[in-house]
Design a protein around this ligand. Sequence first.
Ligand code: ADP
Length: 184
Amino acid sequence: MTDKAIGDRLEIWRGDIARLKVDAIVNAANSSLLGGGGVDGAIHRAAGKELLAKCRAIGGCPVGEARITLGYHLPARYVIHTVGPVYKGTVQDAILLSQCYENSLRLAAQYHLSSIAFPAISCGAYRYPIEKASKIAIDTCLKAMDDLPDIHRIIFVLFSDKNHAIYQSSLELILKDLMAVPVL
Ligand code: ADP
C-alpha cells in the first residue's frame, strides 16, 4: 500500500466522537455495556435511552470483543461497543487492545460500513499509556485494512490537543518505517 493510499484512509481528528457523522463510532465500553464515564458516558448521553436498553438486552461483552447497535439519536448510524483491557503492563494488554480494533473493524465490514471512528480505547479510566496504545491502534488498523477494502475511512478521534499530537507523531513514525527502503 502506498503512502497516499494509507493517508487517504486514516485520519486523526480532535474533538467529541459523539458528534461525528460516520457509519459507525466505536465506544470504549466496560464489560457490562451498561454505560460509564468518559467517552462511554458522552456516547450514551447523545444517543438517548434506547441505546442503554439495547445494550442491556445484549447482556455484556468480554474484553477484546465487540458488539454493534444502532446509533439512535447520534449522527452516526451505528455504535460498535468494544471493551478495552485495564492496563497492567503485561503482553496480554497489548494483545487485547489490538483485538478491540481488529474485532471492531471486522464487525463494521460485516455490516458493509465504510467509515468508522475510534476513540483512544483504554487510555482514560483504564490507564493505558497513550504513546503505546496509539501505536497498537494504528498498527492494527493498517494491517486489518489490507484485508478489508470496503473500509474507506478510519478516523482516530482524540479529546485533547496533547493526545492528538501523540497520535500524529505515532502515525508519522509508523509511515516512515513502512516507507523505509531496506539498504542492501
Ligand atoms: P477507557 O475506560 O477505555 O479508558 P475512557 O472513556 O475513560 O475509556 O477514555 C478513553 C479516551 O477517550 C480518553 O483518552 C478520553 O480522554 C477520551 N474521551 C473522553 N470523552 C471523549 C469524547 N467525547 N470523544 C472522544 N474521546 C473522548
